[in-house]
Design a protein around this ligand. Sequence first.
Ligand SMILES: Nc1ncnc2c1ncn2[C@@H]1O[C@H](COP(=O)(O)OP(=O)(O)OP(=O)(O)O)[C@@H](O)[C@H]1O
Length: 511
Amino acid sequence: MTQPDVDYTQVWRDTIGTMDGDTSPRDRAYLAMVRLVGLIDSTALLAVPYEHTKETLETTLREPVRAALSSVLEHDVRLAITVDDQLRKQVEGEADQVPGQGDHGSGARPSNDEASATSDRPEAATEQTDGQPLDNGLGPDGGNTAARDGRPGTAPRPERSTPGGDMDPRLNPKYTFDTFVSGSSNRFAHAASLAVAESPARAYNPLFIYGESGLGKTHLLHAIGHYARNLYPGVRVRYVNSEEFTNDFINSIRDDKAGAFQRRYRNVDFLLIDDIQFLQGKEQTVEEFFHTFNTLHNSEKQVVITSDQPPKKLSGFAERMRSRFEWGLLTDVQPPDLETRIAILQKKAAQEGMTIPDDTLELIASKITTNIRELEGALIRVTAFASLSGQPVSVELASHVLKDIIPTGDGGTITIGTIQTEVADYFRISVEDLCGTSRSRALVNARQIAMYLSREVTDMSLPTIGKEFGGRDHTTVMHAERKIRQLIGERRALYDQITELTGLIRKASAR
Ligand SMILES: Nc1ncnc2c1ncn2[C@@H]1O[C@H](COP(=O)(O)OP(=O)(O)OP(=O)(O)O)[C@@H](O)[C@H]1O
């Protein structure tokens, strides 16, 4: 569990002090940029400003740091290291203000050359990552020890941004740790997720992440999956939304395939289960999940759970289940502050190869405050409008676009039913046709628009939306969302339809 009474800054200072005699000026420059951000049981969470700082800390400096920190804390720790954009800004701010300070030489950030040159300490490079035994049964071969060692020449460190060759179609390739912006609202959840991906079933089990819709819980689950798959080739990761878990369970009973169902969920190294609140009240499914959980936990397999509520508030789960959710680590995600929202927009824009002035990003980030999915939606609309109208993205243009999508006053709750009615009326079709099976072009188009809007303006999950549209699979909704996102910047008529429909839906919901 976390140790709130620990003065992390002081602990880190003492750690560096302990290492003083054994470190080069360059090592000290790296260490000065590191922050100790938390201690969870025996895992120390370290934040670093740059990817190459992380590399260095994970290779040459790992063992000396681990040993020094263990000695300061008077118990053995392992390290979980995350790259933190906010820290980078802070460090760069410091470097600007205090040029050439002390050991930092020409600035707080050692060059890339320096970073790679630090691998000239072979004794550290061949030691284990965390000094723990490695055989926790990961993967069919009992775990890829070479990969875990991070030994140069035996197995490369994972590419954090690029998922492995054998992509898991259930994991969204865009949801990685590299594309996740960490800030004060989610720093702990981010660090804990990384720790779990690196030390499955060791750091804490289960990891339970809760928070409101659109704050990055799914993103973190997928990131854990990608990261683990890269770090431990052959690792068996299963990501599932709890609605799919329910459907799968029901189908397995119907088809008399309980054995296959159990194998699917119990013969894994990571079970990543999203939106557990959807199991509430589904007694038999909860019972099945209880056994799945116990089997995995007993055999030291990692379970990560997300929910919109903390375990204590989850009704419809027996106490024995809720208390199990608290066995490991509970962490929440909060709505991001303005700085983090801007950083998220910057990252999304860079990812899509878009150049957007800072003042425009600030405007969008200041208008949409509580849900990151909506923040992304706003960015897409703004850039779509700019591209369609042949104008550069600017504050004026963004204000114009946002006016259409941000509700004024109390907008009321938007339901999928309202979206369906409005979309059906707009295209002069019936709701039955909208949700039916016809593949006629006009109906498919209207259906995809309605699904896209359901995703954008409600908090409903992909499986819920799929169910509301004639019992479709969540992948159909995902496809619709991606397709409309792509086309909205290419087709003016589509952009106008969606803008108009958003207004109509909001108006109908406010009535
Ligand atoms: N910190 C972040 N950095 C970058 N992108 C983020 C961050 N947090 C959320 N996002 C993005 O916001 C969108 C919504 O996030 P996500 O689906 O993970 O939310 P969620 O908490 O799982 O919501 P729900 O409970 O509705 O499923 C995703 O596209 C995700 O990539």
